[in-house]
Design a protein around this ligand. Structure first.
Ligand code: AGP
Length: 631
């Protein structure tokens, strides 16, 4: 997490930095700061503030800061509370070296202890602060060598320092004595260089660059670079100079407007019907023979024919979408599928089995746990002799320009449009649709279902946009009213079974994330094995009961909750059995396979209205970040 941006060129750096930081605030908003070289005074001007970027902007509005080289940071706290002293940039004790960092320096305590023994005094509780002190020390040592120029000296100093760092980082470094230069480096945290005319910008993500240039050079892992207005020097970890062609941004910066909505999250929930329509147009092609429908991918799918099992790696909401995916791939397409928390898979992967497809699911394409789990899986499979065990990979993402987009050739693009609300809604929906597409493809390959059954699912998907349009409008009104009932509520239980168990988990996650109400999702049949002890009048139970395989079972489980005095809310069609609910959030009657796509809408809207009713910061909830780039 954390967003970093750095510029060198001929224009005033401050507006470029602020513009970049605005685009990166989704990566963290605990504090923000900038440092700019003041060439006239041979020093750095540094300004930081606690909280969101707007505070920093207000601070800076009173000041005129002239300088063309600078770095900026928006923070998601890992080491040290979200206070000004822990905000980046961090400086060395002379105030001449400034560093912004994304990632975690795992051996910072050892390094800090050593520096303190040498008399260095620290101003913050962060892991980052060791870096400027170490760089300064290194610069003092290098002075004796009389290197070509100060930019090169800074490059060497940073290179020597990062050799001693353990953990992950994306760094940008300034030194007042090298007034045109910036040094940037990365290890397992993204950093992209944008190439303008006579100016360069380097940032954690492309939206911070798109305003300035469409030409980019994503840095490879372990690379370090020296940027001046005259050019870039890039080196790999062996200190070999790297030359490669820049590429163009895959998507231009999308204009993201709140329209008439109070919050982005609300708008993004409303976008789900139209994104479904776009998805159908993009992915479902009807050949001349209207019975022959194929899902369109941007890659050759021949390799899927040999696949015998699937493993999916994901975190958070992406994992919930993957669980629905796993249900579809097993129950509809007949392919054994496992879903793993990416963070767990990395350290306890299952034994390698042949003909396995690994799917990485991440809307941002930058989640460190998912990227690391995928890399680990690729490495362990590539090291094997057995060809059948080689990696077969697909990534499902909303960001083609992300690390996963660059790493994995077989990409399923969610195409949901940029999502600003930290709580994922429309990208979850896009991930679900991607899994419906994959399930159809595999069902066709494995012939696990008849053509009629497959076509029935496709037709149901094609009818979805109009159902969704009505559903969003209807449930917006219902949820807004119902939200008032949750003013005093502290715990909520979500129940679902089968294909809707992951939707119960997602409903609980949404509520926790934005309303700070404790919520837990359970498979409805598990309640009686323990969680039922939590139930009482003040603990509402929200139960997803859609007609199909387990409908009666879910209704019986709901009865058990009702017998314990819980207020029972049903996400269900109005039909026999659902009269037991104290309050019904009605769903249209639809094919059971499609039910997750319907059931999730009332849950998203209810969470949204509960949080909005409480006056909370729905789009940027406390302690969270849109993209989790630390382990
Ligand atoms: C979603 O509401 C959450 N903010 C979070 O769980 C998120 O889904 C998770 O961090 C994974 O993100 P990704 O899809 O970008 O990998």
């Amino acid at each position: 997490m954390c967003g970093i941006v750095a510029v060198t060129g001929y224009r005033n750096a401050l507006p470029l930095l602020i513009n970049g930081l605005e685009k990166l605030e989704y990566r963290g908003y605990d504090s923000a700061g900038i440092a700019i070289v003041n060439p006239e005074e041979n020093n750095l001007i540094c300004n930081k503030s606690e909280g969101k970027l707007i505070k920093l902007k207000n601070n800076l509005s009173q000041q005129e800061i002239i300088g063309t080289v600078g770095i900026g940071h928006t923070r998601w706290a890992t080491h040290g509370k979200p206070e000004v002293k822990n905000a980046h940039p961090h400086l060395d004790s002379t105030g001449k070296v400034a560093v912004v960092q994304n990632g975690i320096i795992e051996n910072f305590l050892d390094l800090r202890n050593k520096l303190e023994q040498e008399g260095v005094s620290f101003q913050s509780d962060t892991d980052t602060e060791v870096i400027p002190h170490l760089i300064k020390k290194e610069l003092n040592n290098l002075k004796k060598l009389n290197l070509e120029d100060n930019g090169s000296t800074l490059l060497v100093a940073v290179r020597n320092v990062i050799a001693d760092l353990e953990g992950t980082y994306a760094l940008a470094v300034l030194w007042a004595d090298a007034p045109d230069s910036l040094v940037v480096a990365r290890r397992q945290a993204p950093l992209i260089i944008g190439l303008g005319e006579g100016e360069f910008i380097c940032a954690s993500d492309t939206p911070a660059i798109a305003n300035l240039t469409q030409t980019i050079l994503p840095m490879e892992d372990e690379e370090i670079g020296l940027l001046t207005p005259l050019g870039i020097e890039l080196y790999d970890s062996n200190n070999e100079r790297q030359y490669r062609n820049p590429t163009s941004l895959k998507c231009s910066e999308q204009v993201v407007d709140k329209m008439n909505f109070r919050h982005y999250m609300h708008k993004e929930i409303y976008e789900q019907p139209s994104l479904t329509k776009n998805w159908i147009e993009k992915y479902l092609t009807r050949n001349n023979d209207s019975n022959n429908i194929r899902v369109n991918y941007s890659f050759d799918t021949n390799f899927l024919e040999d696949i015998e099992r699937i493993q999916i790696l994901a975190c958070g909401t992406s994992r919930h979408a993957s669980m629905v995916g796993s249900y579809l791939l097993e129950q509809f397409s007949g392919v054994p599928t496992d879903v793993f928390y990416a963070s767990e898979f990395r350290y306890s992967p299952p034994p390698v089995l042949p003909n396995t497809l690994t799917i990485g699911v991440t809307q941002s394409g930058e989640t460190a746990d998912t990227l690391a789990a995928l890399s680990m899986e690729i490495k362990r499979r590539e090291s094997l002799e057995n060809k059948l065990c080689k990696p077969n990979l697909i990534a499902i993402t909303n960001r083609l320009d992300s690390s996963i987009g660059r790493q994995i050739p077989n990409i399923i693009d969610i195409s949901a449009g940029i999502e600003i609300g930290v709580a994922a809604t429309k990208t979850f929906f896009g991930q679900l649709l991607s899994f419906y597409g994959l399930a159809i493809t595999f069902a066709q390959i494995k012939q696990s279902k008849t053509d009629n059954e497959i076509n029935k699912l496709i037709s149901s998907l094609e009818n979805l946009p109009s159902l969704l349009e009505d559903l969003v409008i209807q449930h917006n009104e219902i949820s807004e009213k119902l939200a008032h009932e949750f003013s005093e509520i502290k715990d909520v239980i979500f129940l679902g079974r089968g294909i809707n168990y992951p939707i119960a988990l997602e409903g609980a996650l949404k509520l926790k994330e934005i309303s700070y109400i404790h919520a837990a999702g359970y498979p409805a049949g598990e309640m009686k094995h323990g969680p039922i002890a939590l139930l009482e009048k003040k603990v509402p139970v929200i139960s997803i009961a859609t007609p199909g395989k387990v409908f009666e079972k879910v209704i019986s489980n709901a009865q058990e909750a009702k017998a314990r005095d819980s207020y029972l809310i049903g996400i269900a069609p109005k039909c026999e059995g659902t009269e037991i609910f104290d309050y019904l959030m009605p769903l249209p009657t639809a094919d059971e396979w499609l039910s997750p796509l319907l059931a999730v809408i009332p849950l998203q809207l209810l969470s949204y209205h509960i949080a909005a009713h409480r006056g909370l910061d729905v789009d940027q909830p406390r302690n969270l970040a849109k993209s989790v780039t630390v382990e």
